[in-house]
Design a protein around this ligand. Structure first.
Ligand SMILES: Nc1ncnc2c1ncn2[C@@H]1O[C@H](COP(=O)(O)OP(=O)(O)OP(=O)(O)O)[C@@H](O)[C@H]1O
Ligand SMILES: O=P(O)(O)OC[C@H]1O[C@](O)(CO)[C@@H](O)[C@@H]1O
Ligand SMILES: [Mg+2]
Length: 487
């Protein structure tokens, strides 16, 4: 095996096209650091495990589907405790910060980092940074102990508080240095992970023995590479209550329309999964899939047909479908106009026209309700694994990484994989086809039987879709679908 690259990327090549896309380590820029035996081997709870430590050569494949003669491809370092650690318990001063929007499970991750550090590694000195990134330089810290965080996983939100904007790298690293912090745990979405990556770069530039680990958080499930983000399942489950209410309202009225808006400004995962789980949804609209309202094959025609056939219908939309901007938030994210209100108005205006049917539209907006709740059981366990995985990696001296499951196995992922693109619903994938088949809604495109050339176009569309949904849409229109949108 040969390896190169001191900073990023840190690639290690093996046989048959094997590539380990490794994460940085303190020893990449600090030589002769002392190591210590991992205290976990004296922990009675772990005495039952077959092996205390993961093997250093254990890696996790990025793409689970492999071909017989294909290359083995990109791998990530497997998470878990290592034989040697780079910190003595008394030497550690850890801090935890939560940034960006709320997400079920934030408190669980905070709790499990604190408990993991204390119970597994004997670390007592753990600080909470209040109010997101700006808290590093604008707020006091709070001491976190297993006792103080004992019950927080039962509450929604984050006990540390959160914010958008305020990422000033130099001031944050000054604060880390001034406070003598040497482990930084950063919980947040794509923007937060970009900020974490800058903090890592600055720490490294200053040559500090400080490790920086990211724990990915986003209700929208828009973080790439990892299987899914924590809190997503909880949000999808909570969304069922809104969809069920919309269905009850719609069913009980003459020509009832239940309209539900769910979160997802760039990615329609919540809307798609909530609709797929529910089965009472007649139509689901997401930002990745183009649609139109008027004319043959359009949404209004579809609504009319469903009302005539069934007497009611349920429409679920993601907040990003209208894609009209009000302003930007302090982090630079677009603040979108309310897509639900926009859609409700358009539908009402359409049916108010002469000779159209009388409708009864009820709009339900559970936006913040689905993210302000505590994590469900499976998300709580998922959060525990993420937190412990981060703690093991940090104690082993890895830095500049995000934790997360890839094909079901938790691993350490270099920041750039998480920050360079957003995860989106790929509308040429089977999951979207499953949704279309469950709702029987129009695809808003005319489809013809695919040819070999079309398959090529389809492949291109999938690749493009990962970068930019609009370009994917164009690629699809030029590829395996007839170019014209119906109507
Ligand atoms: N490109 C960037 N570079 C440095 N810091 C950033 C960058 N983008 C965002 N941040 C910082 O990260 C924090 C959170 O960002 P943001 O508000 O975009 O939420 P997020 O982490 O993407 O989570 P979510 O979108 O799920 O709510 C903010 O403090 C913001 O200033
Ligand atoms: O109103 P806030 O707190 O900025 O959050 C809204 C945004 O946060 C998210 O939940 C996560 O990015 C988006 O779906 C939503 O647009
Ligand atoms: Mg974000």
């Amino acid at each position: 095996m040969g390896s190169f690259g001191d900073t990023q990327p840190k690639l290690v090549y093996g046989d048959c096209g094997y590539v380990l896309d490794d994460v940085p380590h303190l020893t990449d820029y600090l030589l002769d650091l002392p190591t210590y035996p991992n205290p976990l081997q004296n922990n009675p709870s772990y005495a039952v495990t077959k092996q205390y430590f993961v093997h250093d050569d254990d890696t996790v494949v990025q793409k689970a589907v492999q071909h017989k003669d294909g290359e083995r491809g990109i791998h990530f370092r497997r998470q878990g405790p290592r034989q040697k650690v780079y910190f003595e318990p008394d030497e550690v001063k850890a801090c935890i910060v939560t940034c960006g929007g709320l997400c079920p499970g934030l408190n669980t991750v905070v709790r499990e980092i604190v408990c993991g550090l204390d119970y597994m590694y004997g670390v007592k000195n753990i600080l909470g940074i209040e109010g997101g990134y700006k808290g590093f330089y604008a707020r006091n810290t709070i001491n976190l102990t297993p006792k103080s965080v004992n019950h927080i996983h039962k509450r929604g939100g984050t006990v540390l508080g959160t914010s958008r904007g305020g990422h000033i790298t130099s001031k944050i690293v000054d604060s880390i240095q001034d406070r003598g912090i040497n482990q930084v745990y950063i919980i947040g979405g794509d923007g937060t992970q970009k900020g974490a990556s800058l903090i890592y770069e600055e720490v490294r530039r200053r040559g500090l023995k400080v490790v920086v680990a990211g724990i990915p958080k986003t209700i929208d499930n828009d973080i790439p590479i990892i299987d899914k983000s924590f809190g997503f399942d909880t949000a999808v489950e909570e969304a069922q209550r809104a969809i069920n209410s919309a269905h009850v309202e719609a069913e009980s009225a003459e020509n009832g329309i239940g309209l539900v808006k769910l979160m997802g400004r760039h990615s329609g995962f919540i809307a798609m999964y909530a609709s797929l789980a529910n089965r009472d949804v007649d139509c689901c609209l997401i930002p990745e899939s183009p649609f139109y309202l008027e004319g043959p094959g359009g949404l209004f025609e579809f609504i009319e047909r469903r009302l005539k056939d069934n007497g009611h219908m349920v429409l679920v939309i993601a907040e990003g479908v209208a894609d009209t901007m009000d302003a930007i938030d302090p982090s630079g994210n677009k603040i979108l106009k309310d897509a639900g209100l926009w859609m409700a108005e358009r539908i009402k205006d359409h049916f108010a026209e002469p000779n159209k049917m009388n409708i009864n539209l009820k709009y339900i907006d559970p936006t913040y309700m689905i993210r302000a709740i505590p994590a469900n059981a499976s998300d709580n366990i998922y959060c525990t694994l993420l937190a412990q995985s981060a703690v093991h990696g940090v104690m082993a001296g890895f830095t500049g990484f995000t934790v997360g499951p890839v094909n079901g196995r938790h691993c350490y992922i270099p920041f750039r994989h998480i920050t360079e693109k957003q995860n989106k619903v790929v509308i040429t994938d089977r999951m979207w086809a499953r949704l279309l088949s469950s709702t029987n809604q129009p695809s808003f495109m005319k489809v013809r039987i695919p040819t070999a050339e079309d398959e090529e176009g389809k492949k291109r569309a999938v690749e493009e879709n990962c970068k930019d949904d609009k370009r994917a849409t164009e690629a699809m229109a030029n590829g395996f679908l007839v170019g014209d949108l119906a109507g």
